[in-house]
Write a protein that binds this ligand. Structure first.
Ligand code: SF4
Length: 325
């Protein structure tokens, strides 16, 4: 790094100005680069002409609060401490060999797999939900973040177009890039069947919820997972649904029961449905989903028959497991 070394105050000030100017021009060119990436064209015609053979673009999932995942974008980059043990990064690495869907998107490091920072758009997947007849709860981009800087505005608009057309489904989008969400939100057409959520892993990131509140999404939800701290700043004003979960997998960081109970109490006070996903840990099947002896599978209230059925199904599964144990 260049240092200011002169003892002459006038020269020092000149050097300082030169350094600040180059720093700010670096920032300006980064902003320009970002704008250029976001402005890349994407033709909705591609979407409309790619409606055939899309059944396999949906993946059944074991994620407790949804039914299907849909991934028209692949790849990501870490953005905050919640990403430290990113499940998608590990999973993508397993499919990153030559000719595989995540080729070039992850690399091996001494600390385990890492995203390379490259993203892949999958235009042929954009219209896939239009061909799924049976209504589903669909988690959008479980293996990426739709609001990543490298996803062009036009591509995001195409995804929203599909969600509006595929009105038989309910779509759940989750992001940590709440600033971009706030920026692009007013330019999007928000159909009733889109549920928008932000991830918040610690009290330092509750500002993301403010960005979410600013969107016109019909259902606004929070994924407090992996929960890494208590959330004393949490406000549930205008929030329709809260999911809480501990981190799972290798190097999982612990979650305290008192943090979870406090969030449950806030949900009860504010009348917000509460979904307890898991305690997590290295083996999440060993720690389970019970909080004070029961499961919490609540879904956004009165929204639709589909989410009510999922809630009933999760309840039945819980009962079967209890009987079997
Ligand atoms: S934003 Fe999500 S997908 Fe991207 S690195 Fe972080 S946890 Fe992983």
């Amino acid at each position: 790094m260049e240092r200011t070394s002169s003892r002459d105050p006038r020269r020092r000030s000149l050097e300082h100005r030169r350094q600040s100017a180059s720093g700010s021009s670096r920032a300006v060119s980064a902003t320009r680069r970002r704008r250029r990436r976001r402005a890349r064209p994407f033709s909705p015609l591609t979407v409309r002409s790619a409606r055939i053979n899309m059944q396999d673009m949906a993946t059944a999932t074991s994620i407790e609060w949804t039914e299907t995942t849909w991934n028209p974008v692949r790849g990501c980059a870490r953005v905050s401490p919640g990403c430290m043990n990113c499940y998608a990064e590990r999973m993508a690495h397993r499919f990153s060999g030559a000719g595989m869907p995540y080729e070039g998107l992850t690399r091996r490091t001494s600390g385990g797999p890492r995203w390379t920072g490259r993203m892949t758009l999958v235009p042929e997947a954009v219209s896939a939900p239009l061909s799924w007849r049976e209504p589903r709860l669909v988690f959008v981009n479980s293996m990426s973040d739709l609001f990543h800087d490298d996803v062009p505005d036009a591509f995001i608009k195409a995804i929203f177009w599909t969600m509006k057309e595929a009105r038989q489904h309910r779509f759940q989008i989750l992001t940590k890039r709440a600033d971009r969400l706030a920026e692009i939100g007013p330019k999007l057409d928000w159909p009733e069947n889109v549920w928008m959520g932000v991830s918040v892993e610690s009290d330092q990131y509750t500002w993301r919820i403010d960005r979410l509140r600013g969107t016109p999404a019909a259902v606004k939800f929070l994924s407090l997972e992996p929960l890494l701290t208590a959330l004393p700043s949490l406000s549930l004003h205008q929030i329709d649904w809260v999911i809480v979960g501990g981190e799972s997998g290798p190097n999982a960081r612990p979650m305290k029961a008192e943090w979870v109970r406090d969030i449950r109490r806030r949900c009860r006070t504010s009348g917000v449905p509460f979904f307890f996903k898991q305690w997590g840990g290295v083996r999440k099947s060993a720690t389970g989903r019970l909080l004070d002896g029961r499961e919490y599978n609540e879904m956004p209230r009165g929204r639709d028959e589909r989410s009510r059925r999922l809630q009933v199904r999760r309840g039945e599964e819980a009962e079967r497991e209890l009987r079997a144990s």
